[in-house]
Design a protein around this ligand. Structure first.
Ligand SMILES: [Zn+2]
Length: 159
């Protein structure tokens, strides 16, 4: 028996999961199934504009694996647009990433899933409601990457 594929790390769970062409009755409609990690692959590369290497790291997969997921995702979206099919976002093999935060007011630390359109400025401490919040690593140090500096997101999320 082959081992199950490694879980892909996903930061975004869509609220809308069904897209259909206007004016086509449901019974005549063919659909393509886009997995949650395929949507994440498109989001990172084509919406956020990350380099392929960054996308692979983000999803915790190798670069060839990321490339395979992205190619499959793009082919499905193209099939839907060109051939007038509906897109259903469903299933897959992924783990939803959580982010860790610390309140600079009261020192409270907590974890929350990454959510669509939620910028750091909109997050308040669940304990004291203070908005002076920093994103931190699991060891408590301030989170840094190309988009975050010392726990503060640079620019805002476009989704
Ligand atoms: Zn607080």
């Amino acid at each position: 028996m082959s081992r199950p594929p490694k879980c892909r790390r996903v930061e975004f769970l869509p609220e809308l999961t069904y897209f259909k062409p206007a004016g086509v009755p449901m019974k005549d409609l063919a659909e393509v199934i886009l997995s949650v990690e395929e949507l994440e692959a498109i989001r990172l590369k084509d919406l956020m504009g990350l380099e392929q290497e960054e996308c692979a790291v983000n999803m915790n997969v190798s670069r060839p694996t990321y490339h395979r997921i992205l190619s499959a995702a793009r082919a499905k979206v193209a099939d839907a647009l060109v051939n007038g099919k509906a897109i259903r976002v469903e299933g897959g093999n992924f783990q939803l990433a959580v982010r860790r935060y610390r309140c600079t007011g009261c020192g409270n630390e907590w974890e929350a899933p990454c959510k669509r359109g939620r910028n750091l400025g909109e997050i308040a401490c669940p304990s004291c409601s203070c908005a002076e919040v920093r994103r931190i690593n699991h060891d408590g140090t301030l989170f840094n990457c190309s988009r975050w500096r010392d726990g503060i997101e640079q620019g805002s999320c476009k989704e």
